[in-house]
Ligand binder design. Structure first.
Ligand code: FES
Length: 106
C-alpha cells in the first residue's frame, strides 16, 4: 500500500499507509496524526487541513481546483507549496509523498 510521510513543525515524522483513492486529510485523522484538523470533513470549505507539499513532490500532485485555490489564498501565510490535504487523493505515483504540517494547526 502507498505511504505518506507527515512531518510536524518540530520535525517529528509519521509514516502512514494509505489506500489508493483515499484523501490525505482523512488518512491523517484515521491514523491519529496531529496537525491536521479537517473541520469540514473534506468538503474543501475550511482550510484546516493545510499542508506544505515537499517541493520534490509538488509536480506529482494534481493541480488544485479553483475552489481550493480560493481557500489557499485566504490562509494567513500561504506558500507556493501550500495545499489542502483533503484534496490530495492517494495514487501509486504518490507513494512516499512528504507533507509538512503548519504549526498554526496545533
Ligand atoms: Fe476542510 Fe480540507 S478538510 S478544506
Amino acid at each position: 500500500m502507498p505511504k505518506v510521510i507527515y512531518i510536524d513543525h518540530t520535525d517529528i515524522s509519521s509514516e502512514v499507509e494509505v489506500e489508493n483513492g483515499a484523501n490525505l486529510m482523512q488518512a491523517a485523522l484515521d491514523n491519529m496524526v496531529s496537525g491536521i484538523l479537517g473541520d469540514c470533513g473534506g468538503d474543501c470549505a475550511c482550510a484546516t487541513c493545510h499542508v506544505f507539499v515537499d517541493p520534490e513532490w509538488q509536480d506529482k500532485v494534481a493541480a488544485p481546483s479553483e475552489l481550493e485555490e480560493d481557500l489557499l489564498d485566504g490562509l494567513i501565510e500561504p506558500q507556493p507549496n501550500s495545499r489542502l490535504s483533503c484534496q490530495i487523493i492517494m495514487e501509486d505515483k504518490l507513494d512516499g509523498i512528504v507533507l509538512r504540517l503548519p504549526e498554526s494547526q496545533y
